[in-house]
Design a protein around this ligand. Structure first.
Ligand SMILES: NC(=O)c1ccc[n+]([C@@H]2O[C@H](COP(=O)([O-])OP(=O)(O)OC[C@H]3O[C@@H](n4cnc5c(N)ncnc54)[C@H](OP(=O)(O)O)[C@@H]3O)[C@@H](O)[C@H]2O)c1
Length: 268
């Protein structure tokens, strides 16, 4: 085991999707603070620019170790161009974290859920994650680490969340298959499944078929032993652990970082 260091990612190149906001941005900052060079992507140029401005203000020494690219992960050619540009700038990847995803705002039973909305969800969370894994794995050094982000819904059913659940269970499947495929190159592949995180995603109003809307809240009905949302850092840290050498014997795992979630409805 390497001696302890405050910069375990020194010199490492890590790609992060969804790096403009929420848990993805927390991860970008977490890795930069620990010495990494981070290539982050998201769809919004404005959100990426705000993320970089915050990084430059809070950690000026990290300025030259972060690059951002506008990428829609649903588009295979955009993902390829982003990863190619990262490799051209810094060399092959040591790691990658696929944090980007969307959650639908319609909390409808399957009978009422439009198939187009299901397809839309799968296109982002499943095809998008697949596109990223494809190009990240091709560009990764032997011995690297890839971490996907799933959700507690892969284990705990939620009424009205079928499309999001299906998409996140597919991410678990992609993770397991890739762990088998990549082990020949000593690349580890794992998935972190968060509970609710205190980000824009959990704060979005959710719509019921009745037309009523509501938002999730941290109250006594919240179905986790810890009656609160995770701070984005509390999800970034476990992802970073799986990207690091501290987890060298961990692969093909689903890690539920969910404050002790249990199965009940928190969506209405
Ligand atoms: N928040 C929760 O309660 C919760 C619970 C369980 C699991 N998760 C999972 O945790 C991860 C992080 O969630 P979060 O709460 O941090 O989300 P968030 O705050 O909503 O941020 C989503 C991020 O993904 C990016 N993104 C969305 N669609 C994209 C696309 N097509 N191409 C590229 N980037 C895209 C967004 O970029 P823009 O800024 O450009 O929009 C943003 O950076 C997700 O995988 C989510 O499913 C979240």
């Amino acid at each position: 085991m390497a001696p302890p260091t405050l910069t375990p990612f020194q010199g490492r190149v890590i790609a992060v999707t969804g790096g403009s906001r929420g848990a993805g941005l927390a991860l970008v900052r977490y890795l930069l603070e620990r010495g990494a060079r981070v290539s982050a992507c998201a769809t919004s140029e404005k959100n990426l620019a705000e993320a970089v401005a915050g990084i430059e203000k809070d950690m000026p020494d990290a300025k030259d170790r972060v690059m951002t690219t506008v990428v829609d992960i649903r588009k295979n050619d955009m993902v390829k161009a982003w990863i190619d540009a990262t490799v051209a700038k810094w060399g092959k990847l040591d790691g990658a974290a696929n944090v980007a995803a969307r959650m639908h705002s319609k909390v409808y039973p399957i009978e009422d859920f439009a198939v187009e909305d299901l397809e839309d969800m799968l296109q982002c969370n499943v095809v998008g994650t697949f596109n990223c894994m494809q190009h990240e794995l091709k560009a990764m050094k032997d011995g690297g680490s890839l971490v996907n982000v799933g959700s507690q819904v892969a284990k705990y059913a939620q009424p009205g969340m079928s499309a999001y659940m299906a998409s996140k269970m597919a991410v678990v499947g992609l993770t397991r298959a890739a762990a088998f495929e990549a082990v020949a190159r000593k690349i580890r592949v794992n998935v972190v499944c968060p509970g609710a995180i205190d980000t824009d995603m959990i704060k979005q109003p959710l719509m019921l078929p009745s037309g009523e809307s509501f938002t999730c809240s941290e109250d006594s009905n919240f179905p986790a032993l810890m009656k609160r949302f995770a701070k984005p850092d509390e999800i970034a840290a476990p992802i970073a652990f799986l990207l690091s050498d501290e987890s060298k014997y961990v692969t093909k795992q689903e890690w539920y970082v969910d404050g002790g979630f249990y199965e009940t409805s928190y969506v209405g």
